[in-house]
Ligand binder design. Structure first.
Ligand code: 13P
Length: 287
């Protein structure tokens, strides 16, 4: 845990273990820029809930790099007087070096995604990240099976995780949270998401660590509730907030042909993002 005066940047362990015990989910919102980060921090402070800020490799590159992001998040926490626990987390880190680079820059959590490899290789890579991260108090999430994108939505379940794989990955690496592929995908769904709640429940009962659901966008509310009932403690949301933000900004540009100040254009999406965050948090039973 890194203490910033009264303000805290923490790993996800305490917040997720509490969520697992008390059957609710902590939101992981992906960030894209300063405004996005500010909206999430302000709204979660208002709601008085902990939050995980997820940073994909693409978003990290876009924002300038890991050091820039750590500086920005710490600065916002201090200037906005944020007092809720904030976890700054790498989303789908694809290599050991990327995770190490982010940890060295001050990220408090990483996801190593070696799920495209065979389980044995996934374990080897994940183990190296855990050894490095745990020495610095950083939490680690790993993926088993493979969570794809929209195009994979209606494909067979052959990329889904099994209890045995999850147990092996956990026992041999001692990761802090696990993201088993159980039918969710990133981005939009073609048709209804087909989540394997039975395996989810089994994994949750047999592993002491929290379960993560990727691809939170587009899953109907009743299935989100069912996922939480079956042991999901962290739900990742990205596309959803992008969609509500861009709808608002598009409307602003269409209705106001004289606007040119980027602050007015970008910020026209603020209320839509904050409103959606409130709805999501209520659904997740976080507050
Ligand atoms: P969505 O874009 O589908 O919400 O998925 C986000 C995600 O899982 C990030 O890891």
């Amino acid at each position: 845990m890194i203490k910033l005066g009264d303000f805290m940047l923490v790993n996800f362990n305490e917040m997720l273990l509490k969520a697992k015990e008390e059957h609710y989910a902590i939101p992981h919102f992906n960030i894209n820029n300063l405004e996005w980060t500010k909206y999430i921090l302000e709204e979660c402070q208002e709601l008085n809930i902990p939050v995980i800020l997820g940073v994909s490799e693409g978003a990290a590159k876009y924002m300038g790099g890991y050091n820039t992001i750590v500086g920005m998040v710490k600065g916002l926490i201090k200037d906005l007087k944020i007092t809720i626990p904030i976890c700054l987390h790498i989303d789908h880190g694809s290599t050991i070096n990327i995770c190490k680079e982010a940890i060295d820059a001050g990220f408090t959590s990483v996801m190593i995604d070696a799920s495209r490899n065979k389980l044995e290789e996934n374990i080897k890579i994940t183990k190296e990240v855990v050894e490095y991260a745990h020495k610095k108090g950083v939490s680690v999430e790993a993926e088993v099976g493979h969570i794809g994108g929209t195009e994979d939505n209606l494909s067979s379940k052959e990329t889904n995780a099994t209890l045995e794989e999850c147990l092996e990955l956990y026992n041999l690496t001692k990761i802090d949270a696990i993201a088993p592929a159980l039918g969710s995908v990133h981005g939009f769904y073609k048709g209804e998401p087909n989540l394997d709640f039975e395996t989810m429940n089994l994994i949750n009962k047999n592993l002491p660590i929290p379960l993560v659901l990727h691809g939170g966008t587009g899953i109907p509310n009743d299935k989100i509730e069912q996922a939480i009932e079956n042991g999901i403690s962290k739900i990742n949301i990205n596309t959803d907030l992008q969609v509500v933000w861009s709808k608002q900004v598009r409307e602003k540009l269409q209705n106001d042909s004289s606007v040119y100040d980027p602050r007015k254009i970008i910020n026209s999406g603020e209320e839509a993002v904050k409103k959606r965050i409130r709805e999501i948090v209520t659904l997740f039973k976080t507050n």
